[in-house]
Design a protein around this ligand. Structure first.
Ligand code: AMP
Ligand code: MG
Length: 403
């Protein structure tokens, strides 16, 4: 049986970023760039005042206080090019271009204006309070690399350089097929031998939560023919199909059989990891991918965050090394594991004495969805050991975007 790390390496070899599409900047949030964004001109485009005050020749201020004649005003947005000569100055407002001849801006707080004259109380060095042309970036400099995911800051960068639309990678469409004849819809009446389908809503929310849009889910009966038909239909319109349940070795676990019947190639099945041991991954033609997630609620969420989310990010154009991120956090308390496989143990992020730490959240089994409601993700406890001390650094995989 392979480790989760080896499983990810297999997936990474198979997933290729989707084709580039053009989207308006206003719709680009969450997409990964399929082009580099460069400065279309120097930033800032001219020497600009970073304070309200007076544009002066700094040599006029060698002895202060001194008095200069105010010959005009330039506010932000003004195209005025009134020249500052020795003995004169121009009133200037934050964001306005520094007029020709001036080489410093004196803060208004250090001055007193009276009848066309201004008294300046303290000297200024050359360049004072001027944000010089090109200081932030020269024209043609690369500002954002391919693969960068558009967020608030990056949307601002794109706007500043005139990118009204962006070339981004398309985001994958995902189908969720929940197997299990015991499943009932959330709103249905349930009898004692039935359970509500929680994986469908949980995975659908997980997709939306990580920026992949809400996707519907379908319940499918544990019958090979039904699974084959549902999978074929789903693969026609989605890059990724998620099965939940039916992937173990029970009598009614038909997912593997159905996957193979459609011609998809099983790349791995069963991992040295818990929860999530029976996880299956298969590839179909045209960069399509099938995941068989185990039915237990914690197992399906574990496999989702270990493999599905990273694969979706890669399809969406995220650089390979940024798709499957974990944080190293110290354990807030000691924790024990069985050893022999990677234990994914529910944990909360807490503010410890020395910063953030991962506090284990006790859980009873991989069916214990209730405990997951109190967790922020899982710590990944390696297979080689059974005891992990408080303060020891472990990998933490977030299951929710943390504030
Ligand atoms: P399976 O992998 O199909 O054997 O399912 C393992 C366990 O997970 C069984 O107890 C199922 O009833 C439960 N289970 C399977 N699918 C779901 C689901 N969509 N929502 C909640 N529990 C599920
Ligand atoms: Mg089942």
């Amino acid at each position: 049986m392979i480790t989760p790390g080896e499983a990810w390496a297999i997936i990474l070899k198979q997933v290729r970023p989707l084709k580039a599409v053009r989207v308006p900047l206003a719709d680009a949030l969450g997409y990964c760039l399929a082009e580099e964004v460069r400065a279309d001109r120097d930033l800032p485009p001219a020497d600009r005042a970073s304070m309200d005050g007076y544009a002066v020749q700094h040599e006029d201020l060698q002895e202060t206080p001194c008095t200069l004649r105010v010959i005009g005003e330039v506010a932000a947005g003004s195209a005025s090019r009134r020249r500052v000569e020795s003995g004169t100055c121009v009133r200037i407002l934050t964001g306005a271009n520094v007029p020709p001849g001036a080489d410093a801006v004196v803060m208004v707080e250090d001055t007193q204006e009276n009848g066309g004259l201004v008294t300046i109380h303290s000297p200024a060095s050359r360049g004072a309070n001027i944000h010089p042309r090109g200081e932030d970036a020269r024209k043609e400099t690369s500002l954002l690399p391919r693969g960068a995911r558009i967020d608030a800051m990056r949307a601002g960068v794109c706007a500043a350089v005139g990118k009204a639309s962006l070339k981004v990678h398309a985001r994958p469409e995902v189908a969720i097929l929940c197997t299990g004849s015991e499943l009932r819809a959330v709103a249905d009446r349930v009898r004692p031998h039935e359970i509500r389908n929680s994986n469908g809503p949980a995975l659908s929310a997980a997709l939306a939560q990580w920026g992949f849009g809400a996707s519907g889910y379908r319940s499918v009966a544990d019958e090979p023919g039904v699974l084959v038909a549902a999978l074929s239909r789903a693969l026609a319109r989605h890059e990724v199909v998620l099965f939940t349940g039916g992937v173990s070795v029970g009598k009614y676990d038909y997912v593997r059989e159905a996957v193979e019947a459609t011609g998809a190639k099983v790349q791995f099945h069963r991992l040295r990891m818990r929860p999530g041991r029976p996880t299956l991954y298969a590839t179909a033609a045209h960069n399509r991918h099938v995941f068989g997630l185990p039915g237990n609620p914690l197992s399906s969420l574990t496999a989702f965050h270990e493999f599905v989310l990273p694969a979706l990010r890669r399809l969406a154009g995220c650089p390979a090394e940024e798709c499957r991120t974990a944080w190293m956090l110290p354990l807030a308390e000691s924790v024990e594991a069985e050893g022999g496989f990677v234990r994914c143990a529910l944990a909360r992020v807490v503010m410890g004495e020395h910063g953030l730490a991962a506090a284990p959240v006790p859980f009873r089994s991989s069916a214990d969805l209730v405990s997951a409601g109190h967790a922020d993700g899982v710590v990944l406890l390696p297979p080689e050991r059974t005891r992990f001390a408080a303060g020891e650094s472990v990998a933490f995989r977030p299951w929710r975007p943390l504030p």
